[in-house]
Design a protein around this ligand. Sequence first.
Ligand SMILES: Nc1ncnc2c1ncn2[C@@H]1O[C@H](COP(=O)(O)OP(=O)(O)OP(=O)(O)O)[C@@H](O)[C@H]1O
Ligand SMILES: [Mg+2]
Length: 237
Amino acid sequence: MSGFLEVEGVVGGYGAADEVLKGISLSLAAGRMAAVVGPNGAGKSTLLKAVAGIVVPKSGRVTLEGRPLSGLPPRAVARRGVAFVPQEGNVFPSLTVRENLEMGGYLEVRATVTRRAEALMQRFPVLGEKRRRAARTLSGGQRQILAMAMALMVEPRLLLLDEPSAGLSPVAAEALFDGIASIHRGGTAVLMVEQNALEALAIAEEGIVLVDGQVARIGPAAGLAADPEVRRLFLGG
Ligand SMILES: Nc1ncnc2c1ncn2[C@@H]1O[C@H](COP(=O)(O)OP(=O)(O)OP(=O)(O)O)[C@@H](O)[C@H]1O
Ligand SMILES: [Mg+2]
């Protein structure tokens, strides 16, 4: 039924540590949103990097609509409609908000870049207000909104978000989750890694608990959020 994003038995990692992911399988239907939660070092960021083409699986594969993503370089993955917002270093601090949006649209022609940047500055008014300010002057929450908006410049069909709420105040995190939910309502599939597990599972449809490079639990997000064992082990409650 899915067939949109399929991760099949992916094993991979970095150099000598080439089994950070120990055989990950999951699938995401078109337009759906999944939250990936789990302890530090579980391999959550590595999983997103494997989908984005930054980590090359040593076995297993990633496909989008039945065609392989794994093996493609990151730029080719991006051209297939997959946008990745990494955990850190996701904006250019010395460029203005407007220039950052233009960088996000590097795959597109000029007129498209202008049109989409204007639309995103309307959609996220704080970006419009600060369009001529350097990204380094933004608050943490504003910077995360900018990073997401940069990713949206290519009108992705799949958005990969790595800990978008990290370091934000509860109020800023809530505003950010509202923004993510609204992007998802617009039809974009989202695979989001989050430390704020309950908040993430509350806006996602699917939940994935990753432990030590393996899928410990997978299922409807609401079910995982309510499961006493999951809460005790992974959600601190
Ligand atoms: N570039 C790298 N080179 C070598 N090992 C790495 C690299 N990045 C991550 N690792 C290792 O891979 C494992 C998983 O890291 P990863 O960043 O995927 O975890 P994570 O679940 O995202 O953790 P966190 O919650 O802290 O962000 C860790 O043992 C980490 O030390
Ligand atoms: Mg991480």
